[in-house]
Design a protein around this ligand. Structure first.
Ligand code: NAI
Ligand SMILES: O=C(O)C1=N[C@H](C(=O)O)C[C@H](O)C1
Length: 237
């Protein structure tokens, strides 16, 4: 496949390494605002910056290029993008996290929230830990996990907080974001009452899982039309 990497930072470079080893070709490595052409591109993979991701996605829909986006922090415009995708008959996958482990974690999280719903004495909280270069907080993954918990009905919203707060409103999920060294990505969900504590966590050991997953998604998307999720790619929901 001929792949355009829209964003050639930590993730773009990790994807390039795996793609080349599998015999794919990287035809665009975009790391700035310089003009470029999608000529000959089979699929684009975007790991850039929030405001830039939206312009990349828009351009791919307008030019008929299937696009996989992993950039976080732009989701206030997700609906605008999916509307445009439908209008242009585009091909789109967004995932806040492309690793297999986290996508299984997303499903277990939803199930656990359903089990916990009849037991309101348990209060949920979330912690996410990432490297100090990360621009957004809370992480996209933490927001997806919070949305999974909200879907079970007990909680209505999430809020970033400095510490696991007892003062949080009853229906709000507190999320603590920590930025430490080179941590690739750790997410911990805790349910706690006076009797016990139940924790579910995922710790990435490197960026390989995110990069592999994004590449698998990109290859899967070629030849398909519509809006898909990583759960569709992995066939797990
Ligand atoms: N969904 C997932 O599985 C994952 C998502 N991410 C997200 O991906 C994004 C990128 O992460 P990293 O690669 O770690 O960040 P990074 O900061 O290493 O790379 C971002 C790159 O975008 C480049 N860029 C700046 N202006 C640009 C432009 N006009 N056009 C194209 N590229 C431009 C920057 O120069 C930089 O190299 C973040 O939003 C992060 O949260 C990161 C890891 C996994
Ligand atoms: O910026 C990162 O590094 C990561 N971002 C994603 C997120 O915001 O959830 C995924 C992963 O945790 C790494």
């Amino acid at each position: 496949m001929k792949i355009a990497l829209l964003g050639y930072g930590k993730m773009g470079q990790a994807i390039e390494k795996i793609a080349l080893a599998q015999g794919h070709e990287i035809v665009i490595k975009k790391d700035d605002v310089a003009p470029f052409s999608f000529e000959g591109v089979d699929v684009a993979i975007d790991f850039s910056l929030p405001h830039i991701a939206v312009s990349h996605i828009t351009r791919c829909f307008n030019e008929g290029i299937p696009i996989v986006s992993g950039t976080t922090g732009w989701l206030d415009q997700y609906e605008t993008m999916t509307t445009l995708c439908k209008e242009k008959n585009g091909s789109f996958i967004y995932a806040s996290n492309f690793s297999i482990g986290v996508n299984i974690f997303f499903e277990i999280n939803k199930k656990l929230a359903e089990y916990m719903a009849p037991h309101p004495s348990y209060k949920v909280s979330m912690e996410e830990i990432h490297h100090t270069q990360k621009l957004d907080a809370p992480s996209g993954t933490a927001i997806t996990l919070a949305e999974g918990i909200i879907a079970a009905g007990t909680y209505t919203n999430w809020k970033e907080t400095e510490s696991d707060s007892n003062t949080m409103e009853a229906h709000t999920i507190p999320i603590v974001s920590k930025r430490e060294g080179m941590v690739p990505g750790t997410h911990i969900i805790t349910y706690k009452n006076e009797i016990d504590t139940l924790q579910l966590s995922h710790e990435a050991h490197s960026r390989v899982g995110f990069a592999q997953g994004a590449l698998v998604a990109a290859l899967w998307l070629v030849g398909k039309k519509g809006i898909f999720s990583m759960a569709d790619v992995l066939n797990i929901s």
